[in-house]
Design a binder for this molecule. Structure first.
Ligand SMILES: Nc1ncnc2c1ncn2[C@@H]1O[C@H](COP(=O)(O)OP(=O)(O)OP(=O)(O)O)[C@@H](O)[C@H]1O
Length: 229
């Protein structure tokens, strides 16, 4: 699905991502963990063309996307939900979704309301009247309206209450069951266990662990060593 080979990404002269490689197979959930500043968001931004790697390559299917523009990458079928969510506060829930997708999107409003019953209840509320959890649901819903094959989520549970976090992760699992491949960045390690197939732990822009959920669970020292939990 997506293959990242030896990428090096910079902000100005700061060398942030230092030779990162990973492969995500179709239909799986690939989760990045790591302390603040480890380079997780920069990795996602590199995939989306918001930061162009100076070295290395990123291939989506058969297409080399390393130097493509963000809108071209999105049109190939990669949905990106950044940490800031970026929903329109002066538009209703439904308008936020209508502005993003096509009328004939496979992810119709009905299908999305089935996935997020809470959004159906709030369909006429303005963006600025939503709770943090509802805003996150709406941001994901909007990305789905573009029928992505790959959905990239940057810390979707940040700042949310434990019950909402569980609900959101369950919903991500349902999205995965609909054959959408997921790349997730999370600080809430335990919450990700239900949905993750492969983990990658980053430290200072380098991968220090890559392995299946099972392998990760058999290495409890990783949490203390690299995640500070
Ligand atoms: N726009 C920017 N300009 C310069 N440096 C930046 C910029 N954005 C991030 N950085 C730096 O790049 C490094 C990696 O940041 P990044 O946001 O990728 O980390 P992260 O693992 O996602 O952390 P967090 O969990 O805090 O979001 C950090 O040292 C950060 O200070």
């Amino acid at each position: 699905m997506i293959s990242v080979k030896n990428i090096h990404s910079y902000y100005g002269k700061s060398h942030i991502i230092q030779g990162l490689s990973f492969d995500v197979a179709p239909g799986e959930c690939f989760t990045f963990l790591g302390r603040n500043g480890a380079g997780k968001t920069t990795t996602l931004r590199s995939i989306m063309g918001l930061v162009t790697p100076k070295q290395g390559s990123i291939t989506f299917g058969d297409t080399d996307i390393t130097r493509m523009k963000p809108y071209q990458i999105a049109r190939l079928g990669i949905g990106y939900v950044p940490e800031e969510r970026q929903i329109f506060s002066a538009l209703s829930v439904e308008e936020n979704m209508l502005i993003a997708g096509r009328d004939d999107a496979a992810w119709s409003l009905e299908r999305i309301y089935e996935l997020f019953p809470r959004l159906a209840e709030r369909r006429n509320n303005m963006g600025n009247e939503l709770s943090g959890g509802e805003q996150q649901m709406l941001a994901i819903a909007r990305a789905l309206r573009l029928d992505p094959q790959l959905l990239i989520l940057d810390e979707p549970t940040e700042g949310l209450a434990p019950l909402i976090i569980d609900m959101l992760l369950n919903t991500i699992q349902l999205i995965k069951k609909e054959h959408v491949t997921i790349i997730l960045v999370e600080q809430n390690v335990n919450a990700t266990l239900v949905v993750t197939d492969q983990y990658c732990i980053l430290q200072q822009g380098v991968s220090v662990f890559k392995g299946s959920c099972n392998e990760f669970c058999h290495r409890p020292e990783l949490k203390e060593q690299y995640l500070g939990v």
